[in-house]
Design a protein around this ligand. Structure first.
Ligand SMILES: Cc1ncc(COP(=O)(O)O)c(C=O)c1O
Length: 417
């Protein structure tokens, strides 16, 4: 049986979400059509919006369905920049955490290249926590020049939770909107949009058991982002395009179930994660766990009254002297799916910008692996990884750090029958 430890990339669709999806896809209907079939689809869609809003701690009118997290991040960052800069041309700066997902980071860089935005990349500490002091100082340097702040809720590579509420409070003193990419946090940590102080937020269905292709842009009613897509004017003109009632229904069900069982499931995942990390430390002495110290991680649990500092389901480990891609292929050959956690462009591995921002060296960044757990992860999955990791690391170390391309060739050739 293959072992899947890459739930942060995408998690399998849950049976309940699949049932909701297939029921609506079989019925069909365009929610904007005026006939009975269209109106039935509209009811499914609006019920889903209401249910998802409740799971998010938002008002239904604040929930705009999108194709996923990337689209929601683009709409937030571009939309807020265009509207704020349009109102006051002095607002050119985007204060953005240096550890954002590319959906935010590359959007900010695009705005720099094409729209005259001036990004300010906020630093983080060794555990991956973005500095609120740096944010405060940058705002103080010229609040009138800040278009928006972007700070993700929890990082997708190392799992570190970010000081979102504090950032929102600091920015609110100057009326500056804050966007948070909550794609990895929603469903795993308590996320309440109403009390967060955020102007906008992005979430995605396929990270919590809905199909790929549905997400949501959550926007406070007093924000007026400029739309990215133009067309039929659906969803208050903020996101034109035929509405996906089936995807929305599945997302609502997956979100409801994740939020309803969040404390128990987060405890279960944190337990599996700690078992995995203890096993790795036993099998591979010298392996370095990334992120905040363990033991303060249980959302809503009784172990700590403090706010959670890391996602329950993500374990990120550096294996000194080992290339992350080699390790990934070796584990894959052993039937275990993992991730290096960082972007790989056209087959060329790049050291993770997140780990570099955390002060790790390029070699450390390249020798890392992310193991992520989800709703159908079991102790047997963790134990299979623990059994395979020692030999895989030894082999990856023997392969050395040089000649990445030839190692990929060797690894993929070895997988051929
Ligand atoms: C933090 C974060 N933001 C955004 C995205 C993009 O979401 P989607 O795949 O739904 O476009 C991801 C997916 O990996 C993510 O982890």
């Amino acid at each position: 049986m293959p072992v899947y430890l890459d739930h942060a990339a995408t998690t399998p669709v849950t049976p309940a979400a699949l049932a909701a999806y297939t029921a609506q896809i079989a019925r069909g209907g365009n929610p904007s059509s005026l006939h009975a079939a269209g109106q039935a689809a509209r009811r499914v869609l609006e019920d889903a919006r209401e249910s998802l809003a409740a799971s998010l701690g938002a008002h239904p009118t604040e929930v705009i369905f999108t194709s996923g997290g990337t689209e929601a991040d683009n709409l937030a960052v571009k939309g807020l920049f265009w509207s704020r800069h349009g109102e006051d041309p002095r607002r050119t700066r985007i204060l953005c955490s240096g550890i954002e997902h590319h959906a935010v980071g590359d959007t900010v860089e695009w705005l720099e290249k094409h729209e005259g935005a001036e990004p300010v990349w906020l630093p983080c500490d060794a555990a991956g926590v973005t500095s609120v002091d740096a944010l405060r100082a940058e705002i103080a340097r010229g609040p009138e020049s800040v278009a928006l702040v972007a700070l993700m809720w929890a990082n997708n590579e190392v799992g570190t939770v970010q000081p979102v509420r504090e950032a929102a409070e600091i920015a609110a003193e100057h009326g500056i909107p804050v966007h948070s990419d909550a794609v990895q946090a929603f469903g795993h940590l308590p996320v309440d949009f109403a009390s967060s102080g955020l102007a906008t937020m992005a979430v995605s269905g396929h990270k919590i058991g809905a199909p790929v292709g549905i997400g949501a842009f959550v926007a406070r009613r007093d924000t007026a982002p400029v739309p990215v897509l133009h067309g039929g004017g659906q969803q208050r003109g903020l996101r034109s395009g035929t509405l996906d009632a089936a995807g929305a229904a599945a997302f609502a069900v997956a979100a409801h179930d994740a939020v309803a069982h969040l404390p128990e499931e987060a405890n279960r995942l944190a337990g599996l994660r700690d078992r995995l990390l203890a096993g790795i430390e036993r099998e591979v002495p010298g392996a370095v766990v990334s992120g905040p110290p363990l033991g303060k991680s249980v959302p809503g649990g009784s172990a700590s009254a403090e706010a959670p500092q890391r996602l329950p389901g993500i374990a990120h480990v550096t294996f000194p002297g080992c290339e992350g891609d080699s390790l990934l292929f070796l584990l894959d050959m052993a039937g275990i799916a993992t991730s290096t956690g960082s972007a790989c462009t056209a087959g060329v591995p790049r050291p993770s910008h997140v780990l570099l921002a955390m002060g790790r060296t390029e070699d450390e960044a390249r020798g890392s692996q992310r193991f992520s757990l989800g709703w159908n992860s079991t102790e047997a999955d963790v134990d299979a990884l623990v059994a395979a990791i020692g030999p895989a690391v030894s082999q990856a170390r023997a392969a050395g750090m040089a000649g990445h391309a030839s190692r990929i060739e060797t690894a993929s050739a070895a997988r051929r029958p």
